[in-house]
Ligand binder design. Structure first.
Ligand SMILES: NC(=O)c1ccc[n+]([C@@H]2O[C@H](COP(=O)([O-])OP(=O)(O)OC[C@H]3O[C@@H](n4cnc5c(N)ncnc54)[C@H](OP(=O)(O)O)[C@@H]3O)[C@@H](O)[C@H]2O)c1
Length: 251
């Protein structure tokens, strides 16, 4: 259960090696979060992330989870919830993919869509069911500004995030009044291993900035946060730029 200050005591991260998720975990562990489940594909990086959180004082555990194996989500995540209430689920897994390759090999695009969208739909619904049964908790979904308006340069990723974003908003409405809160997070370019080697976009942020926005959004029970906040105004304009112009913009 959240403590008297509203801080989550227990956290479940889906995508346990995500740099944004781990920055958020570090921030929450420095507050009051004690139990952290890192769900992800088994790897030395997943275990190292758990070790690091233990050094910070958390009771960190790992669990094998693959977004591309939705048929196993109920069993895998059900076991985590069976160990005790989860105050916060952070849905952080995702792949950027390679747009040029996706256009040549449609199955590569399918893999991006299945990870970012259908994998998240399944895991999100499984967690929502568990949170609803608890009667409390928050689900934070890492969407992206890329889903706000698909760009020619990465429309496979962008469309998967657009689907995820719409799904998460609808899920938030479905859970309204149940005690469960859904927060959709729309970061712009974040400096993590997902974007390493790419040309930095304007308003680029560090994972810690996303972590801070998540914490503030949770405290305010916000439904959507942009990181940085200025992106909200930028996208309000870009959303209405005519297609012919938008297509030629260097975004
Ligand atoms: N970085 C950005 O600019 C940015 C901007 C907006 C939104 N986002 C979103 O924020 C989220 C976190 O991104 P990040 O920047 O923290 O990237 P990251 O460090 O590369 O993390 C991505 C995570 O997704 C996991 N993952 C990928 N495929 C998976 C699968 N099939 N099953 C389970 N886990 C899988 C990775 O696990 P493995 O260790 O097993 O690969 C890793 O934990 C993503 O959803 C991303 O789309 C990122």
């Amino acid at each position: 259960m959240k403590d008297a200050f509203g801080s989550p005591q227990s956290l479940l991260i889906l995508g346990g090696t995500s740099e944004i998720a781990l920055a958020t975990a570090r921030r929450l562990v420095a507050r009051r979060t004690r139990t952290v489940w890192l769900a992800g594909r088994p790897s030395p990086a997943l275990e190292a992330a758990a070790d690091h959180l233990r050094e910070l004082g958390a009771d960190a555990r790992t669990v094998s989870f693959d977004a591309l194996a939705p048929e196993r989500h109920e069993e895998v995540l059900g076991k985590v919830f069976a160990e005790g209430d989860i105050d916060l689920v952070l849905l952080a897994f995702g792949v950027l993919g390679d747009q040029a390759r996706a256009e040549e090999e449609p199955l590569a695009a399918v893999r991006v869509a299945q990870t970012n969208y259908t994998g998240a739909v399944c895991a999100g619904l499984v967690c929502a069911k568990e949170l609803r049964a608890q009667g409390h908790g928050s689900l934070v979904v890492l969407s992206s500004v890329a889903g706000e308006r698909a760009r020619r340069a990465n429309f496979v990723y962008g469309s998967s995030k657009a689907g995820l974003d719409a799904f998460a908003q609808g899920l938030g409405d479905a859970l309204h009044g149940t005690g469960v809160h859904v927060l959709v997070v729309r970061p712009g370019f974040v400096r993590t291993k997902m974007t390493s080697g790419l040309k930095e976009a304007p308003l680029a942020a560090d994972p810690e900035a996303v972590a801070e926005a998540v914490e503030t959004g949770l405290r305010q029970r916000a439904e959507i946060v942009w990181v940085p906040g200025a992106l909200r105004a930028v996208m309000a304009v870009l959303r209405h730029v005519p297609r012919g112009v938008f297509r030629r913009l260097p975004v």
